[in-house]
Design a protein around this ligand. Structure first.
Ligand SMILES: [Ca+2]
Ligand SMILES: [Ca+2]
Length: 245
């Protein structure tokens, strides 16, 4: 099984970010993941006692922007953060290396650290500490695994916006992987212990955006209802997840 064959990498002291510095041993031997990302099925999510779930159908049709992301599921145990994304495949006009999704993490569950409110703000103060930016397509548009070569740490002012992300090379650490369940359905995970970040608490916040070729945002969750017909997006805080430990 893929999870069991991940390379064990301690990558702590490579991290230049003040907040980081302490990855661990990765996935322990014998770990049985509660979610398989190799089964090409989301049925295993139904067996969970709980999960965090957002379905866009719960939103009204008044949310006109970034609507391609239809459903987000997240579950985290002490080892991994699992997620499943369901999106409208036709929203990706050109699957490529510049189409994919971001995973935004308020990793320390602290609203007073991090930044980058961007799509989730400005009503929501920026609190993101970690960003994953990657694709699930190769240069030829073939489906592939979500394995960003670096992780980004917020290096801008607390609560600020803009692209103040500092990249930290993760080339030796298999922190992330995913697989398509179907067109527009991706199941993936992050290995928490391989993310060189020391300030994890018992919970975190997570948000996703989907972007088309050229990094054009087409999907966002969590997202609230638009409050008017103009450029009001419908802001909503990121999804709060408690580690099941
Ligand atoms: Ca599965
Ligand atoms: Ca934070």
């Amino acid at each position: 099984m893929c999870l069991a064959t991940l390379t064990m990498v301690a990558c702590g002291d490579k991290n230049p970010a003040e907040a980081g510095g302490g990855g661990g041993g990765g996935i322990p031997e014998g770990y049985v993941p509660p979610i398989s990302v190799e089964d090409k099925s989301l049925a295993d999510w139904d067996a969970l006692e709980h999960q965090e779930l957002i379905v866009r159908d719960e939103l009204t049709a008044e949310t006109p922007y970034w609507s391609a992301l239809k459903k987000v599921q997240v579950y985290a145990d002490s080892i991994c953060i699992f997620y499943a994304l369901t999106f409208e495949p036709t929203a990706i006009t050109a699957p490529s290396e510049t189409a994919g999704y971001h995973i935004y993490l308020n990793a320390d569950n602290d609203p007073n650290t991090g930044g980058h409110w961007d799509l989730f703000g400005p009503e929501n103060k920026g609190n993101e500490d970690i960003l994953f930016e990657g694709t699930v397509w190769d240069v030829d548009g073939n489906q592939t695994s979500y394995s960003p070569p670096f992780i980004s740490y917020w290096s801008g002012p607390v609560g600020g916006n803009d692209w103040y992300w500092t990249e930290f090379d993760l080339v030796d650490a298999q922190v992330s992987a995913s697989q398509f369940v179907a067109d527009g359905v991706v199941e993936g995970y992050l290995v928490r212990d391989l993310i060189p970040f020391k300030k994890w608490s018992n919970a975190f916040e997570i948000g996703f955006d989907l972007y088309d070729d050229g990094y054009t945002a087409v999907g966002l969750l969590p997202q609230g209802n638009a409050t008017d017909g103009g450029k009001q997006i419908g802001r909503k805080p990121k999804l709060k997840v408690t580690f099941d430990e």
